[in-house]
Design a protein around this ligand. Structure first.
Ligand SMILES: N[C@@H](CCC(=O)N[C@@H](CS)C(=O)NCC(=O)O)C(=O)O
Length: 209
């Protein structure tokens, strides 16, 4: 197996943490997004969508999204379960991941991609350039800020988002809290559940990968 990664980007970290939680050791190929290596003909052969993460299996098959990589790993390496243990938990984890992708990670990306000078003409990922729409900066930031009270309620007084078990939903929310700092937003003082939960998730070995 081979994992196409970018050590500075949030999406590949969603898979890197998952791999670490499973206790797996997968050789990595670093793709430098700042140098636009995702747009080289060599990488477009690997993933025509020009994004990381990508997981390449020993038979050459490739999984080209976070969801695909993690679905494969969960199925091939079921222990410890990270996508829920019961039908209900699996549904809850899927619901949470979808919400975090849209309202949290997607909101930060909307702000960043439409305002950062380094992302000029890279308003969207993919092989085609799209101009930035600077007005989306404020909208993305407002949406990201609005996610914090939601996250605080979702955690409540539980150890993890889905109760007493750490899942991929915790990985994604943890990555949001790190990613949102890129647009200079931090955990609001009144989100005490988020602060407590962050302390616990940050102390996991996988948080440092
Ligand atoms: N939905 C995709 C999104 C992946 C994605 O957007 N990856 C970013 C890094 S966080 C990327 O490859 N960006 C390339 C670019 O900015 O052109 C997934 O989850 O795999």
């Amino acid at each position: 197996m081979k994992f196409y990664d970018c050590s500075t980007a949030p999406s590949p970290k969603r898979v890197r943490m998952f791999i670490a939680e499973k206790g797996l050791d997968i050789p990595t190929v670093e793709i430098n997004l700042r140098e636009q290596q995702q747009l080289t003909p060599e990488f477009l052969e690997v993933n025509p969508h020009a994004t990381v993460p990508v997981l390449e299996l020993d038979d050459g098959a490739r999984l080209v999204t976070t969801a695909g990589c993690r679905a494969y790993l969960e199925s091939a390496h079921p222990e410890p379960p990270l996508m829920g243990r019961t039908p209900l938990e699996r549904g809850q984890v899927a619901d949470l991941i979808s919400r975090i992708e849209t309202d949290a990670l997607g909101a930060v990306a909307e702000c960043l991609r439409n305002t950062a000078k380094a992302m000029k003409d890279r308003g969207l990922t993919g092989p085609v350039n799209y101009a930035q729409i600077p007005e989306l900066g404020a909208r993305g930031r407002a949406r990201a800020e609005r996610f914090f009270p939601q996250l605080d309620r979702l955690i409540g007084d539980k150890p993890y988002l889905v109760g007493d078990v750490f899942t991929a939903a915790d990985i994604d929310a943890f990555i949001f809290v790190g990613f949102v700092k890129w647009i200079k937003v931090d955990i609001p003082a009144d989100c005490r559940n988020v602060a407590r939960w962050m302390e616990s998730v940050s102390s996991r070995r996988s948080a440092g990968v």
